[in-house]
Design a protein around this ligand. Structure first.
Ligand SMILES: Nc1ncnc2c1ncn2[C@@H]1O[C@H](COP(=O)(O)OP(=O)(O)OP(=O)(O)O)[C@@H](O)[C@H]1O
Length: 260
């Protein structure tokens, strides 16, 4: 059984179909890249998958309809990094990351809502993995864009969910941190998790993802290994670009080069 499946997923907002006929299965150990131009429907699809938008079609999380799961159970099974950063509270980085443990905690009004040793371990591990350990005492409102992005990712990793959906997790990062985070996310998949990453960087997508799903105007137009999806005809038709490609250390790479 797949960790996460969608069949014929559709999202309509304001009378407009934003995602149409999207079907896929995400298996344990898999890193799936969701790619496509601005406005293609990538974020909308992720939001529908985590039940933040009304949709039709079927979604199965570990074989079950996520809409029927209690919120805390759903929150333990699927972690979501949104594209937009609306952090306005001056909480510390550690407190932000601790929010990732919310689905495991009791209720503050019953007095059993505190963090336990297992929570502290997960939080510390996520802080170190995303290279924000040294920032753990700083206010999130006083971080740079890339530091905030890594702190937000740490919150998602602290959930330790089997399924992670991340909307542009590396868009704000410098090249070294982009590579570190992609390696980290690939390692998460190799530990048996299933990940869907929305990516605009086709070089990173082709290098790190096991499989890509290319969306255009809400519809899936190609799905498969990076070499079968990132073909010149697809790049030309969907993005209106031409890329150069090569091979390094036994692996194909691709570099967007010019508009056509
Ligand atoms: N709440 C909404 N109501 C109506 N239309 C919306 C809404 N949210 C997004 N859209 C539209 O839906 C389309 C898909 O948006 P979405 O954010 O999913 O695209 P995306 O592929 O993630 O794009 P980007 O790469 O720019 O982040 C866009 O045309 C957008 O304008």
């Amino acid at each position: 059984m797949s960790l996460l499946e969608a069949s014929a997923l559709q999202v309509r907002l304001g009378g407009k179909p934003l995602v149409r006929d999207l079907s896929f299965a995400l298996d344990a150990g898999e890193l799936l890249g969701l790619i496509g131009p601005n406005g293609a429907g990538k974020s909308t699809a992720l939001k529908a998958l985590v039940q933040l938008l009304p949709h039709s079609g079927a979604i199965r999380l570990d074989g079950r309809d996520p809409a029927t799961l209690p919120a805390r159970e759903r929150g333990r099974r699927i972690a979501y990094l949104s594209q937009n950063d609306s952090l306005q509270w001056p909480i510390s980085v550690r407190d932000l990351v601790a929010l990732g443990r919310h689905p495991y905690r009791g209720s503050w009004w019953r007095g059993d809502g505190g963090l336990g040793r297992r929570d502290d371990e997960a939080i510390d591990k996520a802080l170190r993995a995303t290279d924000v350990w040294h920032l753990r005492g700083r206010k999130v409102t006083e971080l740079s864009g890339g530091e905030r992005a890594r702190a937000r990712l740490a919150r998602v990793l602290a959930v330790e969910a089997p399924v992670i959906l991340a909307d542009e997790p590396v868009a704000a990062l410098d090249p070294r941190h982009q590579l570190r985070v992609m390696e980290l996310l690939r390692a998460q998949s190799r530990q048996g998790r299933g990940l869907i990453l929305v990516l605009h960087d086709l070089t990173l997508a082709s290098r790190f993802c096991d499989r890509l799903l290319l969306l255009d105007r809400g519809r899936p137009v190609a799905s498969g290994t990076p070499d079968t999806v990132l073909t010149q005809p697809h790049l030309r038709a969907v993005y209106g670009i031409r890329a150069v490609s090569g091979r390094h250390q036994g692996q194909d790479y691709l570099l967007p080069w010019e508009c056509v």
